[in-house]
Design a protein. Structure first.
Lengths: 495, 694
């Protein structure tokens, strides 16, 4: 049995207890006002991040990811994702302070963020398919509700319904994949499934491939891989922008955690040409995402497409993982960076929505003068997303493309991934640059400085420091990502 | 060192080195925050941090003088093997102290000079940034990190030269309405900032190329790593790439130090506030180039030990230095603007330093030239900072940049008058009592004794330049302080302005430096021997450059009963007579005013032509503008008109329309209808499974 003091259990207890208590408080409490719940949520998330860091520093965490007989394992891989997701949780929560002011049911809102965070974290720590599925649902169900949080707004309702529809479909598909895996191997433990797969008789292999295909589709829906991305722009656009930040920066990354835990390992066991399949999806995903983003006029929608494009970059690292040692490391690094960059961009939009009530790109002209800090935060996060040095996104993209070139020694087509990535980055600058241009180089309706929401400013300052700081001194994070890379050689020999 | 509760990975010694360059950056960061409270406080924050940085540098001096070196590295981006580090060897520590203390004094001066300016925050932000970048250059242990500082300095100079971005008439340089070869010789601050930035970029690009050429062979940017293992040099030499790479690196120094042919930006850089000019000319920016050469010269010279001849590289340095020294000195002789005269003089004096460092590599006594060049850097930093700040005071009082608008000021600004004489004597190289004399003499001696084929012509240029230097310095002081009051001043007085001395926060800084010029000058020879001995040890232990310990003393004759032991008699005579001739001529025309220089020039067509040639900057500036600004613009317009409009416009539509079309198709699939989404999802699963099966 997994120990009571292990990181995932502690996190579940802290976040779960607070998440359950907040609505109770709101029933008991007479006065209105949302700040209290936000503050409690912030405290819970902050202490959770403290626990993760303490556990790493106290060396209670298994240094590198291994499989276990338990349903959860307390390893660096999980901790890495836990930190990334908790940061996103904190940014979303703090960013919501102003957004939620005066809106209904704040207690439930914050509580759902906490519950969803537990789900995301547990996915990263799962070593059993059933546990992973439970965590997956725990993450998803609160976000269905959050996406439709603006009850009276039809767009928000549409967002939630579409999201739910696809969520339900992909959950079914994941379950289908799990049942095939169980049928073939007689276990739901990921390690045993992989061992079982590697010993399958050849005529059973297509079934195993079908299972992997199901997993790609099921998890790929959350990540926003093309062609499972269709719901994504509609949902991000319709939900509250703070929730869009949670979806794009948080749940998406949880999808990657699941992909890493399940598909990568499973595919290695099956010794498929899976690298090529992922590479094709990577290129298609980034191209479709960036190309469509160019034509968008709505900020949230543009960012939604941009996050599809970013998923394609991360997939480069995963697809070359078996042949390049830095593939997964680069992917992890970019996942962490992208969490912060994308969350910062969405929260900046949330700030614009709270203050000006607009998301259309023509309406943000002259924002550099009207909301200087928000505009600066948005600019830096966009530049980081585009991979402009010396920001953090530059280093992780460099490593991703570097891993593709590195893989060229064994896979002749791998360097083309880097070419596709660079071309796409250039393409993406077209629309990132456009936003920046509107904010700074075009005259707005007025130049009067507006009052920027304090909580948004706090998030902006944090993310600017994060992006510039890691851009200048990326080494510690790169090392942390390296230590979180699962050891592939620990797997049963198959080839 | 268990001072901190946790282990930082390096001791307090290294922490001090990091602090020297990080502190000014910290100041730059907090200055905007401080400005929210009080704008005036920004100046004091800058001063306080500059002082802290300077004290930190000073605390390293004792160990550096003992030839100890602190080299500390931390992993920067270890996945590609890059390390960040600081290297505090004697060269870096001495340089760092010069930079830190002079900058500190200039910062103090700035608080007075910039009083009342409404953009104090921006000013002090960039000043602190400037200082931090310069210290980063000085203390870096590798090329890449140095390059960050290098570009930081470039950026700060752009921002500060163009500081008065409103381009008011009084902030321009040059003479309005004057044309050279059909181009205006009159520049606005913003134009000058851009000019400085672009011209130095030419050098920077060369430097970047040189850096990466070496990196391609050596696999490291580290200075010590390059010294420790020289196999890269052998490999490069065998492909004839070593000298080109070294010269490319020197290209960076040419740009930054305003050497020929990238010298022209320095003159227009005078549009910045005078405190900035002082900083650029004495402590930062132009000295960065000299420092880079001082960093690299021993590295390349030491390659002689493995049989690689770097003579061509050092010849380039020596000649570039010599040409610049003469070129700019001649122009300084005729110019009417006080700051521009000083600017010409800076370029010229930097040329001396380059010449000395180049000659060092051409002679067997590497350390002699090396010491001479570096000693001149120190003494120049002192008197030039002082001269600029004094000139700034005068501008402040008179409200004009032209020396013809001054005159007779010695009665009104007594302190400035005295200090300007002291510092000016340093620049002229007044015998025995000024640092400038000893350092210039050391350069003469080094050039003369080098035994190289080029020794004599270089020596001649050096001496001629010294004559001119003494002349234009005397001219400057004469025009400003002697003679009658100019019409401009009389008008000022009529309007009720009172011509008076400036505030103590302004005259104390340049007073200190002027006094130091004389104070150190009196003991100049001993000072020089100190540096010499230190460099003998340093170059020997670090680069294995064995040299002639005590050779200076044995080779030359004891003069004046041993008082001047170690001084080359020919060099001594040359520098004495150069001073005498230059000063004498200057005295006749500008102080004693026995002859009218204007009449003298107009009396003879030859003199007139020469005068005009010098005043028009040897036509170099105009030619550069014709060749690199006017002509390309003309060509670009032609291309736009005839090529782009017809050829490209026709073709350009294709990629543009393709992109837009692609985007439209993608957009069209996004119908918003859930049924079609689910259909695509289903097809997607089949595609993925198919991809996995192939």
């Amino acid at each position: 049995m997994i120990e009571f003091t292990s990181t995932p259990i502690l996190l579940t207890l802290i976040l779960g207890a607070v998440g359950v208590i907040i609505p109770v408080i709101s029933v008991a409490r007479k006065e209105k006002g949302s700040s209290l719940y936000g503050a409690i949520t912030f405290g819970a998330l902050l202490s959770a991040i403290g626990v993760v860091i303490y556990q790493i520093l106290a060396k209670n965490v298994t240094p590198s990811a291994i499989f276990s007989q338990n349903v959860l394992v307390d390893d660096r891989f999980g901790s890495f994702f836990a930190i990334a997701m908790l940061i996103v949780g904190i940014m979303t929560t703090v960013g919501s302070f102003n957004y939620m002011r005066g809106r209904a049911n704040p207690a439930v809102y914050y509580s759902l963020i906490l519950l969803s965070s537990i789900g995301m974290i547990l996915i990263a720590y799962s070593t059993d398919l059933v546990m992973l599925f439970v965590a997956w649902e725990l993450m998803s169900i609160p976000t269905y509700v959050l996406a439709g949080y603006l009850k009276k707004d039809p767009a928000s309702n549409e967002a939630a319904i579409k999201y739910f529809l696809f969520g339900a479909l992909s959950s079914g598909i994941i379950i289908y994949g799990i049942s095939i895996a169980y049928g073939l191997t007689g276990s739901t433990n990921i390690e045993q499934v992989i061992t079982g797969f590697s010993k399958l008789s050849p005529d059973m292999i297509p079934l195993a491939i079908l299972a992997v295909g199901m997993f790609i589709a099921g998890f790929g829906f959350k990540i926003g891989l093309v062609p499972f991305h269709m719901w994504l722009p509609d949902t991000y656009e319709g939900s509250p922008p703070t929730i869009a930040a949670l979806l794009a920066a948080g749940t998406k990354k949880a999808g990657f955690a699941a992909v890493l835990r399940v598909i990568i390992m499973g595919a290695i066991a099956l010794n498929l040409h899976w690298a090529f399949a992922l590479a094709v999806i990577a290129v298609v995903t980034m191209t479709v995402g960036n190309l469509t983003a160019i034509k968008q006029r709505n900020l949230t929608r543009m960012l939604a497409y941009s996050s599809i494009g970013q998923a394609g970059y991360i997939l480069i690292g995963l697809s070359v993982a078996p042949v390049s040692p830095i593939g997964i490391q680069a992917a992890l690094f970019h996942i962490l960076n992208h969490s912060v960059m994308k969350a910062a961009a969405f929260i900046a939009v949330a700030g614009i929505v709270t203050t000006l009530g607009v998301t259309h790109i023509e309406k943000i002209k002259g924002l550099g003068k009207r909301m200087p800090i928000t505009a600066l935060g948005l600019t830096i996060s966009l530049l980081a997303l585009a991979g402009v040095p010396p920001l953090n996104g530059f280093w992780s993209k460099l490593m991703l493309f570097g891993s593709a070139i590195d893989a060229g020694r064994t896979l002749s087509w791998a360097p083309y991934l880097a070419v596709a990535g660079v071309l796409n980055s250039a393409l993406s600058l077209a629309y990132y640059g456009w936003i920046i241009r509107k904010m700074y180089f075009e005259e707005g309706e007025s130049n009067k400085r507006l009052k920027e929401p304090k909580s948004i400013i706090a998030v902006m300052i944090f993310s600017i420091i994060f992006m510039v700081g890691i851009g200048l001194y990326p080494d510690p994070v790169i090392q942390f990502a390296k230590s979180a890379v699962p050891i592939l050689s620990g797997l049963p020999a198959i080839h | 060192m268990a001072i901190l509760p946790f282990d930082l990975g390096f001791g307090l010694g290294a922490l001090r080195v990091w602090g020297i360059w990080i502190l000014p950056f910290v100041a730059a960061l907090i200055i905007p925050a401080v400005a929210k409270g009080s704008k005036r406080a920004t100046g004091w924050v800058a001063v306080a941090f500059a002082l802290a940085s300077a004290v930190s540098a000073l605390s390293l001096l004792p160990s550096a003088l003992g030839n100890h070196e602190i080299h500390n590295q931390i992993p920067w981006i270890s996945s590609i093997g890059l390390k960040a580090g600081v290297l505090a060897d004697p060269l870096a520590v001495i340089m760092s102290n010069v930079v830190a203390w002079i900058s500190f004094l200039i910062f103090v001066y700035s608080t007075g000079y910039m009083k009342g300016d409404k953009d104090l925050t921006r000013f002090f932000f960039w000043m602190a940034f400037f200082l931090g970048s310069m210290q980063l250059i000085v203390l870096s242990d590798n090329f890449l990190q140095l390059f960050f500082g290098w570009e930081g300095v470039g950026l700060a100079s752009y921002a500060l030269v163009g500081f008065w971005y409103k381009d008011k008439k009084k902030d321009h340089v040059g003479i309005e309405g004057r044309h050279v070869l059909g181009l205006m010789d009159y520049y606005s601050p913003t134009h000058s900032g851009m000019k400085a930035f672009i011209m130095t970029k030419v050098g920077d690009v060369m430097m970047l190329a040189g850096m990466f050429l070496i990196f391609a062979f050596a696999g490291t940017f580290g200075f010590r790593e390059l010294t420790a293992n020289t196999s890269w040099a052998t490999a490069m030499a065998s492909q004839h790439l070593l000298i080109p790479a070294a010269v490319l690196l020197f290209g960076g120094a040419i740009g930054k130090s305003a050497q020929f042919p990238l010298n022209e930006w320095l003159l227009e850089a005078m549009t910045g506030p005078t405190a900035v000019s002082a900083l650029i000319h004495a402590a930062t920016m132009v000295k960065a180039g000299v420092f880079l050469v001082a960093r690299l010269a021993p590295l390349f010279f030491a390659l002689a030990a493995i049989g690689i001849n770097m003579d061509q590289f050092f010849e380039v340095i020596a000649w570039v230095g010599a040409i610049t020294a003469l070129l700019l000195a001649t122009q300084g002789m005729v110019h009417p603007e006080i700051k521009k005269v000083l600017a010409y003089s800076t370029g010229s004096q930097i040329g001396y330093m380059m010449m000395a460092l180049g000659v060092a590599g051409l002679s067997k006594q590497f350390v002699d030239g090396y010491t001479a060049g570096f000693f001149h850097l120190i003494s120049h930093a002192m008197f030039k900072a002082s001269l600029f700040m004094a000139a700034g005071s005068i501008l402040h009082v008179v409200g004009s940049r032209f020396m013809t608008d001054m005159g007779g000021l010695r009665k009104y600004m007594k302190k400035t008058y005295v200090f300007m004489w002291a510092a000016g004597l340093g620049l002229m190289g007044a015998p025995f009592i000024t640092t400038g004399f000893w350092s210039k003499d050391a350069i003469f001696a080094a050039v003369y004794e080098s035994g190289n084929t080029w020794a004599l012509p270089l020596f001649a240029i050096a001496v001629i330049t010294a004559v001119i230097t003494a002349f234009y310095t005397t001219r400057m002081i004469g025009l400003v302080f002697f003679g009658d009051k100019s019409k401009h001043i009389e008008e000022l007085e009529k309007e009720g302005h009172h011509i008076h001395e400036t505030s103590p926060s302004m005259w104390i800084p340049y007073g200190i430096l002027a006094v130091l010029t004389i104070g150190v000058g009196v003991m100049g020879l001993a000072f020089e021997h100190q540096i010499h001995d230190l460099f003998v040890n340093y170059l020997g232990s670090t680069f294995g450059i064995t040299s002639n310990v005590g050779a200076v003393a044995t080779e030359s004759q004891p003069l004046l009963g041993g008082l001047l032991q170690g001084v080359n008699p020919i060099a001594l005579v040359a520098s004495l007579s150069a001073f005498a001739i230059g000063f004498g001529l200057g005295y006749v025309f500008y102080i004693g005013r026995f002859a009218d220089p204007v009449k003298f020039v107009n009396s003879n067509i030859l003199f007139y032509a020469i005068h005009k040639f010098f005043l028009n900057r040897w036509y170099l500036n105009a030619l550069i503008y014709w060749g690199f600004v006017v002509a390309p613009l003309y060509i670009a317009r032609g291309i736009y008109k005839y090529f782009e409009n017809f050829v490209l416009e026709g073709f350009n539509v294709v990629p543009e329309k393709t992109m837009a079309g692609g985007a439209r198709i993608m957009q069209a699939t996004q119908t918003g209808v859930s049924q079609s989404y689910l259909y695509i999802f289903g097809v997607g699963i089949l595609v993925v499974v198919f991809l996995l099966l192939i």
